[in-house]
Design a protein around this ligand. Structure first.
Ligand code: ATP
Length: 366
């Protein structure tokens, strides 16, 4: 019987439970034993009770649960070769040679590295006397399949990531609340949302709530000039009769000299314009709560396909990432997507904002 493990890693995102549920049940449907790795890579290093076999009913009701019920963690030891060797030993002890990872680009990079090192890790485990050659014989290759769980929607090559639409929904609900009180007092509000290298949440929330101005890292504002433009836009909207102003700032917003643009910087400009201005930093409410319908079905369809991918892969198949493109669930090489995702951050670091925008591959940003 094929033994498959599933884990969640990096920052939690709504829909991760739906993904785990789909993997568990699809695996069982295809006659596999499915294990959940608790606490991300930390659990993989600890082994034992952190690797639990899941039954069909263990994931009942998980579609409507927020966060990740199998836990997630950041694990420094998995970045070290010795840590990955320990993890390989724990998987072999349970007879597992396939791992489905739901996480961000860091988690998926780690997973692919783990796969490429696997044969040499197994060899070393035999040399160390942990296993005999005979024992490791059936486990010469590790299969890795990636699912992207991220509220930022920051993975290249896929239209949406598991959790992004839930976070967006939470943000616009909060901005709607803020707008009501703002209108009552004729105030301006600066709302900071998550997104360190990716402005998708800020951009989409701004469009969905009709914000006056949006600050995102990919479309850096002109150094020393954005202040006047912001004032002009907000004043113009006031002149048209608007009683409030809303400005959305991604936490990674920059000017074109790579200086951060913070919610407080924006607030000071609006105060200077004479507007009664408040700042709201939405913080972790953006991550919490249950997944919206989009993330539930996305995680379910992708979870199903991740098990199919495990069963179809050969040792030569590059590790796939399950994505969605034009409403179709697709598989793409994990390494390529991670590389393209990193190149957006590099383009921003190099002040090549046009390139960053073109790599984002979204018409909305224009
Ligand atoms: P998020 O989008 O929420 O930041 P992420 O998956 O990118 O999610 P990271 O903190 O980058 O989050 O990675 C999660 C874990 O994955 C790390 O704590 C580490 O254990 C493992 N990891 C990340 N990068 C690597 C790497 N290059 N090599 C080995 N392991 C890695």
């Amino acid at each position: 019987r094929k033994k498959i493990a599933v884990m969640t890693s990096g920052g939690d995102s709504p829909g991760m439970n739906a993904a785990v549920r789909a993997v568990v049940r699809t695996g069982i449907h295809y006659g596999c034993d499915v294990f959940a790795v608790y606490e991300g890579y930390e659990g993989l290093l600890k082994g034992g009770e952190y690797l639990r076999q899941m039954k069909w009913e263990d994931v009942r009701g998980w579609l409507s649960e927020g966060g990740t019920l199998i836990g997630t963690a950041r694990c420094m030891e998995f970045r070290e070769r010795w840590g990955r060797k320990q993890a390989a030993g724990n998987l072999i002890s349970q007879g597992i040679d396939a791992l489905i990872v739901c996480g961000g680009d860091g988690s998926l990079t780690g997973a692919d590295l783990f796969r490429s090192e696997w044969p040499s890790l197994v060899e070393e485990l035999v040399k160390d006397g942990k296993f005999t050659q005979e024992q490791v014989e059936p486990y010469q290759n590790l299969t890795i399949v990636g699912l992207v769980g991220s509220i930022d929607n920051d993975m290249a090559g896929t239209d949406s990531t598991i959790g992004a639409y839930s976070a967006l929904e939470r943000i616009i609900e909060m901005v709607d609340y803020i707008d009501e009180t703002a209108k009552s007092h004729s105030r301006a509000f600066v709302v900071e949302v998550m997104g360190r290298h990716c402005g998708w949440l800020a951009l989409m929330a701004g469009i969905a709530t009709g914000a006056d101005y949006i600050f995102i890292p990919e479309r850096a504002v002109p150094h020393g000039k954005w202040q006047e433009e912001l004032k002009e836009v907000c004043q113009r909207h006031r002149n048209k009769g608007r009683r409030n102003n809303t400005v959305i700032v991604a936490e990674g917003a920059l000017d074109d000299q790579l200086n951060p643009v913070t919610a407080d910087d924006v607030k000071n400009v609006l105060l200077d314009l004479g507007l009664d201005t408040k700042v709201t930093i939405l913080g972790h409410v953006q991550r919490g709560g249950t997944a919206v319908a989009h993330d539930r079905w996305l995680a379910t369809l992708q979870g199903v396909d991740s098990v199919k991918a495990v069963l179809e892969m050969t040792p030569q198949t590059p590790s796939p990432l399950i994505g969605i493109l034009e409403n179709k669930i697709i598989r793409m090489p994990l390494v390529e997507s991670v590389k393209m995702t990193k190149s957006v951050a590099t383009a921003i670091e190099n002040k090549d904002f046009d390139k960053a925008i073109s790599l984002r591959d979204t018409e909305f940003i224009e």
